[in-house]
Design a protein around this ligand. Sequence first.
Ligand SMILES: [Mg+2]
Length: 419
Amino acid sequence: MGRLTPSATRAKIIGMPHTSRDTVGRRELLGGAIAGGVALLNDTVLAQNNPAAQVLDTAASVKITAMRTHRVQHKVYVELETSAKVTGWGEVSALVPTAAEELTKALFELLEGENPTRIEYLWQKLYRAHRDIRGGPFMCHTLSGIDMALWDITGKLWGVPVYRLLGGPTRDKVRIYPSAKSHKAPPGDVYEHAVNPPDVDKMVRMIKSARDMVGPDGAVMFDAHCAVPPAALLQFAAAIKAYDVLFIEEVAVPGNIEAFKRLKEQIKIPLATGERDHTIWEFLPYLTERAIDVLQPDVAHCGGITQMHKIAMLAEAYNVPLAPHCTTSPLGATASLSVAAAIPNLLIHETAPGAIEWGERFMNLPWVADRKLGWGSLPQGPGLGVEIDRQKMAEVAADPKYKWKWPQMRLKDGSIADY
Ligand SMILES: [Mg+2]
């Protein structure tokens, strides 16, 4: 009697026709014992008592049917429609809005007819579609907005908040800033390499007043914003030792690992960065080079919920906490809080009250910010839990007050400054 070949076994178990003459011949020769064994295995795989067979995947046949983009001043909102009449929303932020809108629209060609719940697959499909724009800010910010919409749809289809899809909540509430207990001082200016004592004093005074404001048990942070040259940072960091600063943010431009390493050796206050970095591949060198103490991915910049969650996992392996950067409206902020709610390594989460209030003109905020004590509640789903009022959104979009302009920073001698 012929033995059942592995390929024939596999074909039978998954119910595929197998046309090889040799295999057909063997199949005809199958004795009762072997055939019975395969049938038993087959039955076991498909049986009602197999837990996998009992999962009703209500999203398996859902398709993406349409995309609408809404340019609202400096932002683009992505609206993805599905055959299940479930709509997902995402926020594309911090790009030239006209270009962002066109790129978003162009990417729909890769999404149409796809199952929106295959988020990782679709992320890869979009990210790897064009080898020459892969990984850059235009691709990653746009992909972030689309990724948020996919998670929103998936949460809505299964009737759960997005953080439930990320492994469930790791905390009951999220520590946020700014609040009466947490304040991040800005650099206050762009500074020359030949910084002088009054400039350093100005920054130190901001730290002192922040500490006075939040009290001894509050959190004081400083955002150097790439606007403070290394020599000035060293003087400044030495002068603020007494104020117990949680971290100094963006001491150097993104990706300048050598500058981060050099400053980390000389500054004894934790350093943070990440708001302008994209994907796990740009975050990894900070970790492997031991160049950073706190990572600050922005969910709307780094590649969406999908990437922010992976960045948190990378950071966890290096015992580095996240302090997510977040200057988005309620939609993007909720996407970020959803990740923060589900990761183990969260330090503190930024929120931008101005951007939240701006967005609340046409959408709800599905979580509560306690600005007195510095806590945010977990977002209420399903999905991201944000509903957009299209009429009000159109009114805000038409408001000329917030017309997008190119930022420009200059030093006193007229040269161009980073900021
Ligand atoms: Mg910053």
